[in-house]
Write a protein that binds this ligand. Structure first.
Ligand code: ZN
Ligand code: ZN
Length: 130
């Protein structure tokens, strides 16, 4: 590819804003991309900023989902434990045993469902190290 200003000079890269080839003299290296010096510099700077910001937002939302997933996981364990307690308790009771046992089973099942949902959430949120 040739520089779009200097047709006889090889381009060192492509402007990130207009997509045209730029030679060493025409290119402004903004660290994260090349721009036509003086013409597209401001545009490319804004593009890079925008990309940075959306990447940060993505990271933040992924971290949020990850937090929610671990919260759900704790809730699931809590439900399972309480469900087991209710089940164990029901065996020491006489009259209300049936009701307490049902409550225990419901809590257990609910805990398993929440645990499953937490697993799905964790899958949706790639590991962010948190
Ligand atoms: Zn340009
Ligand atoms: Zn040039």
């Amino acid at each position: 590819m040739r520089c779009h200003t200097h047709r006889d000079v090889d381009a060192v890269g492509v402007c990130r804003s207009c997509g045209k080839g730029v030679c060493g003299d025409c290119a402004a290296d903004l660290g994260r991309g090349l721009a036509c010096a003086g013409r597209c510099e401001e545009d490319v700077r804004r593009l890079v900023e925008l990309a940075d910001r959306s990447a940060q937002q993505l990271e933040r939302s992924q971290a949020l989902v990850g937090n929610a997933a671990s919260l759900y996981r704790s809730l699931a364990w809590f439900l399972v434990v309480v469900g087991l307690v209710f089940l164990g308790w029901s065996f020491t009771l006489e009259a209300a045993a049936g009701f307490v046992r049902v409550v225990g089973v419901v809590l257990l099942l609910f805990g398993l469902v929440v645990r499953w949902a937490a697993g799905r959430m964790a899958e949706a949120a790639p590991q962010t190290g948190a």
